[in-house]
Write a new protein. Structure first.
Length: 350
């Protein structure tokens, strides 16, 4: 199916002024992709000027949070081209998230058409500095105006785009969240749904007041093994080997996480996907056996952790940024930005 391109798109793109300094997700490209689904039938996609959405105040998404999203990036590659990174993995994860919330999956062909179209039209908005990119945010919402607690019969799928720098510059101080949970056992922890992020906000506001940057969430079932951060996965480095929480149903299956595991393996590191007890981890940081830790995600790339705070106790990581995190970050960016051979077949030129 071909995409309808609104005639106003060209003028909006011409009038766009790229800011001199980029933050993360603060400036939006002046166009967006959209498609609608009514009673299970998807319309064709359209590229239209970026504009506020017209939603009925009774739309299901506003009351019952029928909403899921993805985070992905288009990179400027050596030689000037533009490529997406493993976009089919985002399409599959969004289908998983949609299923969990009883929403129709966006067909892979429509998802790919959306991300390719907006990337192609916004190619001039893809920054060239290493670590910067065009961040893409596909999302799906239930729009039926009806207050019954039941799945919507109508949905809208959008892809918006934002020229962005990495989510977190510098190192991060993590707060071990021992009170609240981000997700429930049997809940939506392994789906990329807005509610998981909403549930993390109170913890984030409490920890910011204490001088920390991010919560380190514990498993909601046992309350003593590490799950992840609010929007990133977690790795610890112990005696040169990588340890990351195993996928246990309450952790988001990060595409950067998976890529780093494959990359680390190819670079000769040993990677353990396992349950990591928080008290063991803190003791290993204290003794220096765990010398570095980092968070990873599409938005964050690889961000070193400098400190773990647990109540009144603070545990400093010995190496910030550590050599393993630096090696992995650079190796991943080298593939994404086209400086290294893509031996994994991860990049898709647009
Ligand atoms: C991403 O890494 O793309 C995410 O979705 C995290 C975001 C919520 C900042």
């Amino acid at each position: 199916m071909s995409v309808y391109i609104d005639p106003a798109v060209a003028g909006h793109l011409r009038g766009f002024e790229m800011p001199e300094r980029l933050g993360f997700g603060t400036v939006m490209a002046p166009v967006m992709f959209r498609a609608v689904c009514q009673d299970g039938c998807w319309s064709g996609g359209e590229l239209v000027p970026y504009a506020p959405l017209a939603l009925d105040p009774a739309a299901k998404v506003l009351h019952y949070a029928q909403s899921c999203f993805e985070g992905m990036k288009a990179y400027r590659t050596l030689g000037g081209g533009v490529s997406l990174f493993r976009p089919e993995r985002n399409a599959a994860r969004m289908a998983h998230s949609a299923e969990r919330l009883c929403m129709p999956a966006v067909p892979e062909s429509l998802f790919m058409e959306g991300v390719r179209t907006i990337t192609a039209y916004c190619a001039n908005l893809v920054p060239a500095s290493s670590g910067e990119s065009l961040y893409l945010r596909p999302f799906l919402i239930g729009t039926q105006p009806d207050l019954a607690v039941s799945a919507s019969t109508s949905y809208e799928f959008y892809v918006i785009a934002s020229p962005s720098a990495a989510y977190h510059a510098g190192h991060m101080r993590l707060w071990v969240e021992r009170e609240d949970s981000r997700a429930a056992v049997g809940g939506t922890g392994d789906a990329k749904v807005g509610g998981n992020y909403a549930a993390s906000l109170l913890s984030i506001s409490r920890l910011k007041a204490r001088g920390y940057d991010q919560s380190l969430w514990l498993n909601p079932g046992n309350r003593h093994t590490v799950d992840e951060l609010s929007g990133m996965n977690f790795f610890a480095v112990m005696e040169g080997e990588l340890h990351t929480p195993r996928l246990n149903g309450s952790i988001l299956e990060g595409i950067t996480r998976d890529s780093l595991i494959q990359l680390a393996d190819a670079l000769g590191y040993t990677v353990h996907e396992r349950d990591i007890d928080i008290d063991d981890l803190l003791a290993l940081v204290k003794s220096g056996t765990c010398s570095e830790a980092f968070a990873c995600g599409t938005a964050a790339i690889v961000s070193p952790v400098s400190l773990l705070g647990d109540g009144e106790q603070q545990y400093e990581l010995a190496q910030v940024p550590g050599p393993v995190a630096e090696h992995l970050r650079q190796s991943l960016l080298d593939i994404q930005e086209g400086r290294a051979e893509d031996r994994f077949g991860w990049m898709e030129a647009v």
